[in-house]
Design a binder for this molecule. Structure first.
Ligand code: TXA
Ligand code: MG
Length: 308
Protein backbone atom coordinates (compact mmCIF):
# COMPACT_ATOMS: atom_id res chain seq x y z
CA UNK A 1 0.00 0.00 0.00
CA UNK A 2 1.57 3.30 -1.09
CA UNK A 3 1.37 6.08 1.50
CA UNK A 4 2.41 9.73 1.80
CA UNK A 5 5.26 10.96 3.95
CA UNK A 6 2.78 12.28 6.56
CA UNK A 7 0.98 8.93 6.66
CA UNK A 8 4.31 7.11 6.93
CA UNK A 9 5.30 9.31 9.87
CA UNK A 10 1.96 8.72 11.63
CA UNK A 11 2.21 4.95 11.11
CA UNK A 12 5.79 4.79 12.37
CA UNK A 13 4.92 6.86 15.43
CA UNK A 14 2.10 4.46 16.24
CA UNK A 15 4.39 1.43 16.02
CA UNK A 16 3.97 0.16 12.43
CA UNK A 17 6.69 -1.12 10.11
CA UNK A 18 6.95 0.89 6.87
CA UNK A 19 8.95 0.48 3.65
CA UNK A 20 11.06 3.63 3.22
CA UNK A 21 13.27 4.80 0.35
CA UNK A 22 16.84 6.01 0.84
CA UNK A 23 19.49 7.01 -1.69
CA UNK A 24 21.12 3.56 -1.34
CA UNK A 25 18.37 0.92 -1.11
CA UNK A 26 14.88 0.78 0.41
CA UNK A 27 14.73 0.15 4.15
CA UNK A 28 12.19 -1.57 6.38
CA UNK A 29 11.69 1.09 9.03
CA UNK A 30 10.58 1.09 12.66
CA UNK A 31 10.73 3.76 15.33
CA UNK A 32 13.52 3.36 17.87
CA UNK A 33 10.81 3.82 20.55
CA UNK A 34 8.74 0.80 19.51
CA UNK A 35 10.31 -2.53 20.58
CA UNK A 36 7.44 -4.57 19.10
CA UNK A 37 7.92 -2.93 15.70
CA UNK A 38 11.66 -3.58 15.88
CA UNK A 39 10.94 -7.23 16.66
CA UNK A 40 8.53 -7.39 13.73
CA UNK A 41 11.32 -6.29 11.36
CA UNK A 42 13.40 -9.32 12.40
CA UNK A 43 10.38 -11.60 11.89
CA UNK A 44 9.35 -10.12 8.52
CA UNK A 45 12.89 -10.34 7.14
CA UNK A 46 13.64 -13.67 8.79
CA UNK A 47 16.73 -11.91 10.09
CA UNK A 48 19.03 -13.58 12.63
CA UNK A 49 18.81 -11.85 16.03
CA UNK A 50 22.61 -11.47 16.14
CA UNK A 51 22.58 -9.09 13.16
CA UNK A 52 22.26 -5.50 14.46
CA UNK A 53 20.36 -2.64 12.75
CA UNK A 54 21.46 0.79 11.54
CA UNK A 55 19.95 3.82 13.32
CA UNK A 56 19.01 6.55 10.83
CA UNK A 57 19.12 10.17 12.03
CA UNK A 58 18.00 13.46 10.50
CA UNK A 59 21.05 15.38 11.75
CA UNK A 60 24.58 14.82 13.02
CA UNK A 61 23.65 16.50 16.30
CA UNK A 62 21.19 13.77 17.27
CA UNK A 63 24.08 11.37 17.78
CA UNK A 64 25.16 13.13 20.98
CA UNK A 65 22.27 11.57 22.88
CA UNK A 66 23.66 8.06 22.32
CA UNK A 67 27.37 8.46 23.04
CA UNK A 68 29.73 9.39 25.85
CA UNK A 69 32.30 10.72 23.38
CA UNK A 70 32.85 10.66 19.65
CA UNK A 71 35.93 8.88 18.30
CA UNK A 72 38.74 10.64 16.49
CA UNK A 73 37.90 11.23 12.85
CA UNK A 74 34.15 11.05 13.45
CA UNK A 75 33.53 14.73 12.76
CA UNK A 76 35.67 14.76 9.63
CA UNK A 77 33.84 11.71 8.26
CA UNK A 78 30.38 13.00 9.15
CA UNK A 79 31.10 16.45 7.78
CA UNK A 80 32.40 15.06 4.50
CA UNK A 81 29.84 12.31 3.91
CA UNK A 82 26.59 13.11 5.77
CA UNK A 83 23.88 13.33 4.65
CA UNK A 84 24.89 10.39 2.51
CA UNK A 85 25.66 6.70 2.10
CA UNK A 86 28.10 6.24 4.99
CA UNK A 87 27.36 4.26 8.18
CA UNK A 88 29.57 4.77 11.24
CA UNK A 89 29.81 2.16 14.00
CA UNK A 90 30.88 3.56 17.37
CA UNK A 91 30.71 2.72 21.09
CA UNK A 92 27.42 3.85 22.66
CA UNK A 93 25.68 4.37 26.00
CA UNK A 94 23.97 0.99 25.91
CA UNK A 95 20.99 1.99 28.08
CA UNK A 96 19.89 4.45 25.39
CA UNK A 97 19.58 1.87 22.59
CA UNK A 98 17.39 -1.26 22.73
CA UNK A 99 19.44 -4.47 22.96
CA UNK A 100 17.76 -5.91 19.86
CA UNK A 101 18.96 -2.96 17.74
CA UNK A 102 22.58 -3.50 18.87
CA UNK A 103 22.23 -7.30 18.87
CA UNK A 104 23.70 -7.08 22.37
CA UNK A 105 26.90 -5.30 21.28
CA UNK A 106 28.24 -2.19 23.03
CA UNK A 107 28.45 -0.37 19.71
CA UNK A 108 25.77 0.85 17.30
CA UNK A 109 25.63 1.84 13.65
CA UNK A 110 24.44 5.32 12.60
CA UNK A 111 23.80 7.11 9.35
CA UNK A 112 22.21 10.36 8.18
CA UNK A 113 20.66 9.45 4.82
CA UNK A 114 20.74 11.82 1.85
CA UNK A 115 17.41 11.19 0.10
CA UNK A 116 15.17 14.25 0.45
CA UNK A 117 12.02 12.29 1.31
CA UNK A 118 13.87 10.16 3.90
CA UNK A 119 15.14 13.32 5.57
CA UNK A 120 11.66 14.81 5.59
CA UNK A 121 10.33 11.62 7.20
CA UNK A 122 13.08 11.48 9.83
CA UNK A 123 12.31 15.05 10.83
CA UNK A 124 8.73 14.02 11.54
CA UNK A 125 9.49 10.73 13.29
CA UNK A 126 12.85 11.00 15.04
CA UNK A 127 15.42 8.19 14.75
CA UNK A 128 14.41 5.11 12.76
CA UNK A 129 16.07 1.70 12.48
CA UNK A 130 16.14 0.44 8.91
CA UNK A 131 17.68 -2.73 7.56
CA UNK A 132 17.48 -3.19 3.81
CA UNK A 133 13.90 -4.03 2.74
CA UNK A 134 14.46 -7.57 1.50
CA UNK A 135 13.99 -11.05 2.90
CA UNK A 136 17.34 -11.98 4.55
CA UNK A 137 19.76 -13.43 2.02
CA UNK A 138 17.91 -12.10 -1.04
CA UNK A 139 18.81 -9.12 -3.27
CA UNK A 140 18.00 -5.75 -1.69
CA UNK A 141 15.15 -3.54 -2.94
CA UNK A 142 15.75 -0.45 -5.03
CA UNK A 143 12.11 0.33 -5.92
CA UNK A 144 8.78 0.31 -4.07
CA UNK A 145 7.75 -2.62 -6.33
CA UNK A 146 10.68 -4.70 -5.03
CA UNK A 147 9.56 -4.05 -1.44
CA UNK A 148 6.01 -5.15 -2.29
CA UNK A 149 7.31 -8.24 -4.09
CA UNK A 150 9.09 -9.34 -0.89
CA UNK A 151 6.59 -8.32 1.77
CA UNK A 152 3.24 -8.11 0.00
CA UNK A 153 0.95 -5.27 -1.02
CA UNK A 154 -0.41 -4.85 2.51
CA UNK A 155 2.87 -3.43 3.80
CA UNK A 156 2.73 0.40 3.84
CA UNK A 157 5.43 1.76 1.52
CA UNK A 158 6.58 5.32 0.99
CA UNK A 159 7.44 5.50 -2.71
CA UNK A 160 10.51 7.65 -3.35
CA UNK A 161 11.22 6.34 -6.83
CA UNK A 162 14.23 4.24 -7.78
CA UNK A 163 17.27 4.52 -5.47
CA UNK A 164 20.09 6.42 -7.13
CA UNK A 165 23.07 4.63 -5.55
CA UNK A 166 21.56 1.15 -5.80
CA UNK A 167 23.95 -0.45 -3.30
CA UNK A 168 24.05 -0.16 0.49
CA UNK A 169 26.00 2.40 2.50
CA UNK A 170 29.69 1.88 3.16
CA UNK A 171 30.26 0.87 6.81
CA UNK A 172 33.23 2.14 8.84
CA UNK A 173 33.84 0.76 12.33
CA UNK A 174 35.96 2.50 14.92
CA UNK A 175 38.39 0.00 16.40
CA UNK A 176 40.69 1.12 19.22
CA UNK A 177 42.28 4.06 17.43
CA UNK A 178 41.45 3.68 13.74
CA UNK A 179 38.54 3.21 11.36
CA UNK A 180 38.19 -0.12 9.60
CA UNK A 181 36.00 -1.07 6.66
CA UNK A 182 33.05 -3.22 7.80
CA UNK A 183 31.23 -3.33 4.47
CA UNK A 184 32.09 -2.06 1.00
CA UNK A 185 29.33 0.22 -0.22
CA UNK A 186 28.24 3.25 -2.20
CA UNK A 187 31.29 5.30 -1.15
CA UNK A 188 34.53 3.76 -2.46
CA UNK A 189 37.16 3.23 0.25
CA UNK A 190 39.69 5.45 -1.55
CA UNK A 191 37.49 8.46 -0.77
CA UNK A 192 38.32 8.17 2.94
CA UNK A 193 42.05 8.61 2.34
CA UNK A 194 42.01 12.44 2.20
CA UNK A 195 39.49 12.62 5.07
CA UNK A 196 41.31 10.33 7.50
CA UNK A 197 44.85 10.51 6.18
CA UNK A 198 44.91 6.71 5.85
CA UNK A 199 43.03 3.99 4.04
CA UNK A 200 40.61 2.16 6.41
CA UNK A 201 41.76 -1.42 6.80
CA UNK A 202 39.78 -4.41 5.57
CA UNK A 203 39.56 -7.48 7.81
CA UNK A 204 41.74 -10.33 6.57
CA UNK A 205 40.08 -13.24 4.74
CA UNK A 206 39.11 -15.97 7.19
CA UNK A 207 38.97 -13.68 10.21
CA UNK A 208 35.73 -12.86 11.99
CA UNK A 209 33.88 -10.20 9.94
CA UNK A 210 33.51 -6.83 11.65
CA UNK A 211 29.83 -6.60 10.70
CA UNK A 212 27.83 -9.59 11.95
CA UNK A 213 25.69 -9.32 8.81
CA UNK A 214 28.68 -10.15 6.62
CA UNK A 215 28.64 -13.73 7.93
CA UNK A 216 25.41 -14.58 6.20
CA UNK A 217 24.58 -15.42 2.63
CA UNK A 218 23.50 -12.24 0.84
CA UNK A 219 22.06 -10.67 -2.25
CA UNK A 220 21.30 -14.07 -3.83
CA UNK A 221 18.49 -14.66 -6.32
CA UNK A 222 16.97 -18.13 -6.68
CA UNK A 223 18.88 -18.51 -9.95
CA UNK A 224 22.23 -20.28 -9.48
CA UNK A 225 24.98 -17.79 -10.29
CA UNK A 226 28.47 -19.00 -11.12
CA UNK A 227 31.82 -17.47 -11.95
CA UNK A 228 34.88 -18.91 -13.72
CA UNK A 229 34.55 -20.73 -17.04
CA UNK A 230 31.40 -19.73 -18.96
CA UNK A 231 29.26 -22.52 -20.43
CA UNK A 232 27.68 -21.81 -23.82
CA UNK A 233 23.90 -21.48 -23.66
CA UNK A 234 23.76 -20.25 -20.08
CA UNK A 235 22.31 -16.85 -19.24
CA UNK A 236 24.89 -14.10 -18.69
CA UNK A 237 25.11 -11.22 -16.23
CA UNK A 238 27.46 -8.81 -17.99
CA UNK A 239 28.10 -5.21 -19.00
CA UNK A 240 26.79 -2.97 -21.77
CA UNK A 241 29.10 -2.79 -24.76
CA UNK A 242 30.51 -6.31 -24.37
CA UNK A 243 29.80 -9.33 -26.55
CA UNK A 244 28.87 -12.71 -25.06
CA UNK A 245 28.78 -15.10 -28.03
CA UNK A 246 26.71 -18.23 -27.54
CA UNK A 247 24.99 -16.87 -24.43
CA UNK A 248 21.36 -17.66 -23.61
CA UNK A 249 19.51 -14.67 -22.17
CA UNK A 250 21.83 -11.71 -21.57
CA UNK A 251 21.34 -9.32 -18.62
CA UNK A 252 23.48 -6.22 -18.96
CA UNK A 253 24.62 -3.82 -16.25
CA UNK A 254 25.87 -0.36 -17.20
CA UNK A 255 29.40 0.03 -18.51
CA UNK A 256 30.40 2.44 -15.75
CA UNK A 257 30.33 1.40 -12.08
CA UNK A 258 27.69 3.90 -10.90
CA UNK A 259 25.23 2.79 -13.56
CA UNK A 260 26.06 -0.86 -12.86
CA UNK A 261 25.48 -0.42 -9.11
CA UNK A 262 22.21 1.43 -9.66
CA UNK A 263 20.82 -1.43 -11.76
CA UNK A 264 22.34 -4.37 -9.85
CA UNK A 265 19.55 -5.56 -7.53
CA UNK A 266 16.80 -4.96 -10.09
CA UNK A 267 18.74 -7.11 -12.52
CA UNK A 268 19.31 -9.92 -9.99
CA UNK A 269 15.59 -9.89 -9.22
CA UNK A 270 14.78 -9.98 -12.94
CA UNK A 271 16.67 -13.29 -13.31
CA UNK A 272 14.04 -14.92 -11.09
CA UNK A 273 11.13 -13.06 -12.64
CA UNK A 274 12.19 -14.39 -16.04
CA UNK A 275 12.66 -17.94 -14.75
CA UNK A 276 16.43 -18.10 -15.27
CA UNK A 277 17.86 -21.07 -13.34
CA UNK A 278 21.59 -20.71 -14.07
CA UNK A 279 23.61 -17.64 -15.03
CA UNK A 280 27.30 -16.93 -15.49
CA UNK A 281 28.53 -13.70 -13.94
CA UNK A 282 31.18 -11.58 -15.68
CA UNK A 283 33.61 -10.42 -12.96
CA UNK A 284 36.21 -9.02 -15.34
CA UNK A 285 36.03 -5.40 -14.18
CA UNK A 286 38.67 -3.04 -12.73
CA UNK A 287 39.70 -3.87 -9.14
CA UNK A 288 39.16 -0.36 -7.83
CA UNK A 289 36.62 2.23 -6.71
CA UNK A 290 32.93 1.39 -6.84
CA UNK A 291 33.71 -1.66 -9.00
CA UNK A 292 35.02 -3.34 -5.81
CA UNK A 293 31.58 -2.93 -4.19
CA UNK A 294 29.93 -4.43 -7.25
CA UNK A 295 32.39 -7.36 -7.20
CA UNK A 296 31.68 -7.90 -3.50
CA UNK A 297 27.91 -8.10 -4.12
CA UNK A 298 28.25 -10.35 -7.18
CA UNK A 299 30.68 -12.70 -5.40
CA UNK A 300 28.30 -12.99 -2.43
CA UNK A 301 25.28 -13.50 -4.69
CA UNK A 302 27.15 -16.35 -6.39
CA UNK A 303 28.65 -17.92 -3.29
CA UNK A 304 26.85 -21.18 -2.51
CA UNK A 305 29.39 -22.15 0.15
CA UNK A 306 28.32 -19.24 2.29
CA UNK A 307 24.88 -20.76 2.78
CA UNK A 308 24.34 -20.40 6.55
O1 TXA B 1 22.37 1.64 2.86
C1 TXA B 1 22.10 1.09 3.94
O2 TXA B 1 22.90 1.03 4.88
C2 TXA B 1 20.69 0.48 4.08
C3 TXA B 1 19.67 1.62 4.05
C4 TXA B 1 18.26 1.16 4.27
O3 TXA B 1 20.05 2.60 4.97
N1 TXA B 1 20.58 -0.32 5.25
C5 TXA B 1 21.23 -1.53 5.38
O4 TXA B 1 20.94 -2.21 6.55
O5 TXA B 1 21.98 -1.98 4.53
P1 TXA B 1 21.23 -3.78 6.74
O6 TXA B 1 20.57 -4.10 8.03
O7 TXA B 1 20.82 -4.52 5.55
O8 TXA B 1 22.77 -3.85 6.94
C6 TXA B 1 23.35 -3.33 8.13
C7 TXA B 1 24.72 -3.88 8.35
C8 TXA B 1 24.72 -5.35 8.72
O9 TXA B 1 25.77 -6.01 8.03
C9 TXA B 1 25.03 -5.30 10.22
O10 TXA B 1 25.70 -6.46 10.68
C10 TXA B 1 25.90 -4.05 10.33
O11 TXA B 1 25.28 -3.15 9.43
N2 TXA B 1 25.89 -3.46 11.68
C11 TXA B 1 24.88 -2.82 12.32
N3 TXA B 1 25.23 -2.49 13.58
C12 TXA B 1 26.50 -2.90 13.74
C13 TXA B 1 27.44 -2.86 14.83
N4 TXA B 1 27.13 -2.33 16.00
N5 TXA B 1 28.66 -3.42 14.63
C14 TXA B 1 29.00 -3.96 13.44
N6 TXA B 1 28.16 -4.04 12.39
C15 TXA B 1 26.93 -3.51 12.53
MG1 MG C 1 20.85 -5.96 4.06
Amino acid sequence: MRITVEQAAAQLRSGAVVGVPTETVYGLAASLDHPAAIQRIFTLKNRPADNPLIIHLSSIDQIKHYVEALPEGFHALAQACWPGPLTLVIPVIVERIPTAVRAGLTTAAFRVPGHQITRQLLELTGPLVMPSANVSGKPSSTTAEHVEADFGEALPVLDGGACIAGVESTILIFEEDRWALGRLGAIPAEQFMPILGYLPSVSAVGTKPLCPGQRYRHYAPLARLYVGERRVGDAVVGYAGREYPGAGKVFLLGADPSAAAEALYGLLRRLDEEGVTTAWVDLDVPQKGLWLTLLDRLHKAADKNNDN
